[in-house]
Design a protein around this ligand. Structure first.
Ligand code: XIL
Length: 407
């Protein structure tokens, strides 16, 4: 898999009201937080479909009740260099579909250090607050992203010449402040993002925390996040860890060590930025399963499937079919693992995708075209979600959505 860096060279170019019944169900079924799948997070057992969505033909509607189908929320990062205004606040059709299609959201950039903590003594919570409020209004979970990373850190931090003690305190304060602010409203946090390189070694050069404080800081980050919100599930998250390889095995071993030390690590997630020109990671399910066997939740958190575009910029039918198949296989791998109850795509429309900005000549990576028309990949996800319900295949066959998608 092609290595990517953030920011990459390429980047330079460029309410819901719960019914009383549902509320009672949520209270009754909400179990104690545990180092077990997202299936045991508060509210998971309840039907959180907002009133009015019930008869709609959308991903969240066909999905099993306890399954989270999510999208990144476009804003910050590469969007700031694009000609359009911030999508989440300005594109009404985008907002309507974000609410209608998904029961989980992840701020694409709005909770990253450079965005939420732009100056040492200044936080910028406005966008993250708005996303969390939107999620509450529409019965959606939130995946918080991210707390300890080598990329998208503000200059004041990277160039601050802080002592190790000062840095430790800065990280602790940041985690307690940000996780604490959204206590009870963010169900999963990507605590540590991309801490290993492709060989399974800690990124001790690029990552300021690992470089200055050593790998022990990782356990502290999880402890601080847990202190700030004991109910949130705390994850490791990375790309290139879909299959069983040196990098995913480094996470597997680190997770075991931390669990043995009583560190509150609750999940392992693969980003799953896939590409049709590379083979699909056929051992994705086996990889997720080995983490499941450790008793931690798993998730796919940033799924997209990019492709090298033909000269006219229009994907061929064969490319679209292959893309649909990769989306379907990724979702099916997650559905097949008990503790994998959360599947997030990294944006749902090509209109706002990060891919063309970061990968030269590549694109069309999401499940909807620029005008929000559904691609075969959308239909593949919808069908797989529907079929995951008991009797779902038959019901889906009868649904008008199937005829539309079957084309
Ligand atoms: C990307 C965003 O999509 C862009 O808007 C931003 O410019 C750069 O970061 N792995 C991650 C995500 O964990 O945070 C990255 O998101 C994509 C790769």
């Amino acid at each position: 898999m092609r290595a990517h860096r953030y920011p990459p060279i390429g980047a330079m170019r460029f309410g819901v009201v719960l019914t009383l019944v549902a509320l009672l169900m949520a209270l009754v079924t909400a179990p104690a937080p545990a180092a077990r799948g997202a299936a045991s997070t508060p509210g998971q057992g309840a039907d959180l479909r907002p009133p009015g969505l019930a008869k709609q033909d959308t991903l969240r509607w066909v999905a099993p009740n306890d399954f989270r189908i999510g999208s990144a929320v476009a804003g910050g990062g590469h969007h700031e260099q694009q000609p359009y205004p911030p999508p989440f606040f300005n594109d009404e059709e985008y907002r309507r579909l974000l609410a209608a299609e998904f029961n989980s959201v992840t701020p694409e950039n709005q909770m990253k250090w450079e965005f939420i903590h732009p100056q040492q003594n200044q936080y910028n919570f406005a966008d993250a607050d708005a996303i969390v409020a939107f999620a509450r209004e529409h019965g959606q979970h939130v995946r918080g992203h991210t707390l300890l990373w080598h990329s998208q850190n503000p200059p004041w931090l990277e160039q601050g010449n802080f002592t190790p003690d000062e840095l430790r305190e800065i990280l602790r304060d940041h985690i307690l402040t940000v996780v604490g602010r959204y206590k009870g409203q963010v169900q999963q946090w990507d605590v540590a993002n991309e801490i290993f390189d492709g060989s399974g070694n800690f990124r001790t050069q690029e990552n300021i925390w690992l470089r200055e404080l050593g790998p022990d800081i990782i356990a502290d980050a999880f402890r601080w996040a847990h202190e700030a919100d004991p109910d949130a599930l705390l994850f490791f998250n990375d790309f290139g860890v879909e299959g069983i390889n040196a990098k995913s095995t480094a996470y597997y071993e680190l997770t075991q060590e931390l669990l043995a030390d009583g560190v509150p690590v609750h999940g392992f997630s693969a980003q799953a930025h896939l590409s049709i020109q590379f083979g699909f990671p056929g051992d994705l399910e086996a990889n997720l399963q080995r983490f499941d066997d450790l008793g931690v939740a798993t998730a796919l958190t940033e799924v997209d499937v990019r492709m090298v575009l033909p000269p006219d910029g229009v994907p061929t039918d064969a490319q679209l079919a292959r893309q649909a198949d990769d989306y379907r296989r990724a979702l099916q791998a997650c559905l097949n693992v008990d503790g994998c109850r959360s599947f997030t795509i990294w944006g749902f429309t090509d209109k706002y995708s990060w891919v063309p900005v970061f990968f030269a000549n590549e694109g069309a990576a999401t499940v909807m075209w620029d005008d929000f028309e559904r691609k075969p990949a959308y239909c593949a996800l919808q069908r797989a979600l529907a079929e995951a319900n008991p009797g779902g295949a038959e019901r889906y066959e009868r649904h008008p959505a199937y005829a539309e998608c079957a084309g």
